[in-house]
Every structure is written in structure tokens, then in C-alpha cells.
Design a protein around this ligand. Structure first.
Ligand code: SOE
Length: 408
């Protein structure tokens, strides 16, 4: 942060406006509330205002999650001088408009994943973020699983050479909430709202995680996307329903315009191959993200459904005792863990959202750019688009070319 910004705030806390209040709004609220109480943040933060179109519903959300105010006009809120950070947790079709406006208004931005619904939108966001960074305005993408201690530790071990030269990666994100054909048409199943289906919603996580833990980029892909249930009932059902927020239940059926399953192969910049699977039809798999990195010196594996554990196979150990060792990532020396509980007291899904707040606020206070940046979010967007292009061309290999940045 520039001295001017700090002086501009006359030392008051960093005040946050969250745009949206669904499932991710709840998870982010827990992060904003917990982080300052558990970590010694370099700057105080205040949960100032939550914004949503339905005045009554967003007022209830403010009361439930501890926001000082609620509002219905995001443009008005980002124009306020008493707002410093804009946290975007809306569906992907509004990420670009809100993020670019907030950055240009001098607000730091945290934007949920995937960064956008198209490469073009993501490019415009990355360009705006780069211009804003030159003015000391920070931006970050909400790939929260990077901040599960075991995932950050996995990345650190790979960087220290624990697996040696990476030969292969296996990454999967399996859910089953769409196996029932009676599941109503949710906004996540509509291309104009979500951009894509399992590919962008959960495939984005494993693409980002692969690039994060290996430090390598996915440079080419070959794959296929498929829609298993092509029509679903229009009805108001829960936080992901398309009809939610309209207030009335609707009848009839609507077209599913995104993928249910994405299976693709990635080629990393070293030539190593990655097998990716993102599906909402893995019956019995509720939120099963896993990644396994295989090298000539060993292997590391992480499973979100056992997120305090990291499995390590050390080929340099005496052969008689080689085997996948279970590392319980709950020691004070492990990333983020020291601020929470003593060894063996487990963390959960929501803790990554606090770690995300810690790293964003620390970057703002130190005047550095947090990760993942919008450029990293753009690199994921390129992979998503390349998978769809490959699928439309009989799974032909598609190279991912890095675009020259606009004159920033
Ligand atoms: C739904 O698939 C969802 O909420 C994703 O949108 C999140 O990114 C993922 O973390 C959990 O599942």
C-alpha cells in the first residue's frame, strides 16, 4: 500500500465490501470474520457491507454473517471512499464488470474463481489489474485450495526436490450433485451465467493446483467435455438454483448449456503429462479433489476429503522401508497451522478462506502483489478455453499461447 493510501485512511481499518452472498459469500464471510481473530494481521479489517439484488435476502445475509450494512447497488458501494477492498463472490458472468470497475476506483479486489467466463474477459481483467498494481492497488483470485496447509506444504516439498524430476501428475475433482436428473436447473448449468460446467467450476481448481504445486505451466491440452443430462426442471431449490432469488418457483424444463464432465490430458512446460478429470457425475464422490505428483525420487499425494494429510513416497529411503508415509500436516511449523490449534487438532474446509484473507491483507500492508494473480487466473482461463476447443475438434491437441499483455 502506498503511504498516500494509508494516510488516506487516516489509519482506520481496511473496510471490505462483498458483492454476492450465496455459498461462496458464506465461506468468504467466515474467512473475513475468523482471520483477524486468529492471526495477527498487519492491518485491521472491517466487514462493512454485503451487496445483493434482493434487498430483504441480502439484509438477512448481513445479519447472519456479521456485515455492518447491506446494499443492492454494487456501483454505489465501490464508489464509496470508506471502502478499500471489494470481494467478488457472484457468478462468473459479472466478475469482469465488477472487478474492472473496482480496480479503476482504486479498490483492492479479491475475485472468486474461475476469474471470468471467457478468455477475453480474463484478459481485460488482467490488464486492469496490472494497471492498478502500478498504483499500489492489489488483486487476487480465490483459488482457496492453494491455502490448505497440506497443499502449500506439497508445493514447498516439490520446490525442495522431494520428488525429483516430475514425470507425471494425476489431478481429479469429483462431485455427484447432478447425478439425480430431477436436480433443478441451477445457474451453474447455464453457460451465460457460469461460462462452463464442471470444467470451469471444479476443473479450474485442479488446473490451478497443478500449476501452483509444480511451478510449471500447462502448455497444451487434449480432451473431451460432455453433458450427460441435457434438460432439467426449472424450480427454486437451494443456493445454486437458477430460479433462486426470483422469489417465485417456476415450472417446466430448461436446457443444460454446459458440460457435466471434462476429461483431458495436459502437457506441462517440461513435457510431463497430466491426467485431469472434472466431473459432477462421480456417484458417491461428494467433494473429492485429489492430486498426485510422481517423480524419479518420490511421489506426493493430497486428497481434499482427508485435507490434513499429505502422503509422501520417498524412493531415496532404504528399499525395505519404502512406502507412502502419512504426514499429518498439523504441526506449528506447517503453513498457516501455527495460528490455530496444537498438533493433531484438525483444520477444515473453511480455514482456507481465512488463510486467503491473511495473505491478501498482508500483501496490501506490505505493498506486494498477492497470488494467485489475475494473470494466473488468466492462464487457467486459457486452459479452460483450450479444452473446449480440443473437445470441439475430436480431442485434437491445442497449444496454449501466452498473449502479449496490452500496453499496461
Ligand atoms: C460447486 O461445484 C463448488 O461450490 C465450487 O463452485 C467450488 O469452487 C468448490 O470449492 C466446491 O464446489
Amino acid at each position: 500500500m502506498t503511504l498516500r493510501q494509508a494516510q488516506g485512511r487516516q489509519g482506520r481499518p481496511l473496510r471490505v465490501a462483498m458483492i454476492g452472498y450465496g455459498f461462496m459469500g458464506a465461506a468468504h464471510s467466515v474467512g473475513w470474520r475468523q482471520a483477524p481473530r486468529v492471526f495477527a494481521l498487519p492491518e485491521a479489517v472491517e466487514m462493512a457491507v454485503v451487496v445483493g439484488r434482493n434487498a430483504e435476502a441480502v439484509r438477512d445475509a448481513a445479519a447472519q454473517w456479521g456485515w455492518q450494512e447491506s446494499a443492492t447497488d454494487w456501483r454505489e458501494v465501490i464508489a464509496r471512499d470508506d471502502i478499500d477492498i471489494v470481494d467478488i463472490v457472484t457468478p462468473g458472468d459479472s466478475h469482469a464488470e465488477i472487478a474492472i470497475a473496482a480496480l479503476e476506483a482504486g479498490k483492492h479486489v479479491l475475485c472468486e474463481k474461475p476469474l471470468a467466463n471467457t478468455v477475453e474477459e480474463a484478459e481485460a481483467m488482467a490488464d486492469a489489474a496490472s494497471r492498478a498494481a502500478a498504483r499500489g492497488v492489489r488483486s487476487m483470485v480465490g483459488f482457496t485450495y492453494r491455502r490448505v496447509p497440506a497443499v502449500t506444504f506439497l508445493r514447498d516439498l516439490i520446490a525442495q526436490g522431494a520428488v525429483g524430476t516430475i514425470a507425471q501428475v494425476r489431478a481429479a475433482y469429483r462431485q455427484d450433485w447432478l447425478v439425480d436428473p430431477a436436480m433443478p436447473l441451477a445457474w451453474r448449468l447455464q453457460k451465460e451465467h457460469a461460462g462452463s460446467g464442471a470444467l470451469g467450476d471444479i476443473g479450474a481448481h485442479i488446473i490451478d493446483m497443478t500449476q501452483f504445486v509444480t511451478g510449471l505451466s500447462v502448455d497444451a491440452v487434449s480432451g473431451v467435455v460432455d453433458t450427460i443430462v441435457t434438460q432439467r426442471p426449472l424450480a427454486d431449490a437451494g443456493p445454486m438454483s437458477l430460479a433462486k432469488g426470483s422469489g417465485e418457483s417456476t415450472t417446466g424444463y430448461g436446457e443444460v448449456t454446459v458440460d457435466d464432465v471434462a476429461i483431458f490430458t495436459g502437457r506441462l512446460s517440461t513435457g510431463a503429462l497430466v491426467s485431469f478429470e472434472a466431473t459432477r457425475f462421480a456417484t458417491g464422490r461428494k467433494n473429492d479433489l485429489s492430486i498426485e505428483v510422481s517423480g524419479d525420487k518420490g511421489a506426493l499425494r493430497f486428497d481434499l476429503e482427508d485435507l490434513n494429510t499429505l502422503w509422501f513416497y520417498d524412493r531415496t529411503a532404504p528399499e525395505a522401508t519404502q512406502g507412502f508415509t502419512r504426514i499429518l500436516v498439523t504441526e506449528a511449523q506447517h503453513p498457516y497451522v501455527g495460528a490455530w490449534w496444537p498438533a493433531g487438532h484438525m483444520l477444515g474446509y473453511e480455514h482456507g478462506f481465512s488463510h486467503q484473507v491473511v495473505d491478501l491483507v498482508t500483501a496490501i500492508a506490505e505493498g506486494t502483489d498477492p497470488h494467485p494473480s489475475f494473470d494466473e487466473g488468466l492462464s487457467v482461463q486459457r486452459v479452460l478455453a483450450a479444452v473446449e476447443e480440443s473437445s470441439a475438434n475430436d480431442s485434437a491437441w491445442v497449444r496454449i499461447s501466452a498473449r502479449q499483455p496490452a500496453n499496461r
